[in-house]
Design a protein around this ligand. Structure first.
Ligand code: ZN
Length: 154
């Protein structure tokens, strides 16, 4: 990855960290779940509103590092209007992106529907940060599955 691209990625992450999208409780949420990443101290609550098998809205609140907040912010945008099957597919792609071996790709993959989320590919080079990036996603899936126990990355 070139330095310029890293800087651009950093900017996108910081923008989502400073101005998170869809932050705050969702009054008419159909399900919610709590997540915690003890390694970093990230805590998150994810609210999901589904309607006929389609994700209508996702929001989150909590306190976390730039990576977890940016991942949550971008996730809420990416999941809007997706079917539950599409949500699973995006989760799989995101999980692959941040846990793959080797350096982060230098160009956006044509296969991927992740969009802005691709800026988080760099966390694969910082294993401690992978749990920060995936915490919102695990918590969102727990909400969709109606889990009653809080999610922990440990
Ligand atoms: Zn974190």
């Amino acid at each position: 990855m070139t330095l310029d691209l890293r800087e651009l990625y950093q900017e996108v992450i910081l923008d989502h960290h400073k101005h998170p999208r869809n932050r705050g409780p969702l009054a008419d949420a159909t399900s919610t779940a709590d997540g915690h990443n003890p390694l970093c101290g990230d805590t998150i609550t994810v609210y999901v509103k589904t309607n006929g098998g389609i994700v209508d809205r996702v929001s989150f609140e909590g306190s976390g590092c730039a990576i977890s907040t940016a991942s949550a912010s971008m996730m809420t945008e990416a999941l809007h209007g997706k079917s539950l099957a599409e949500v699973e597919e995006l989760f799989r792609q995101f999980q692959d992106l941040v846990t793959a071996d080797g350096p982060a790709p230098t160009d956006a993959s044509l296969e991927s529907e992740l969009g802005d989320l691709e800026v988080l590919a760099g966390v694969r080079e910082h294993p401690v940060r992978i749990k920060c990036a995936t915490l919102p996603w695990h918590t969102m899936r727990a909400a969709l599955k109606g889990a009653h126990e809080p999610v922990t990355t440990e």
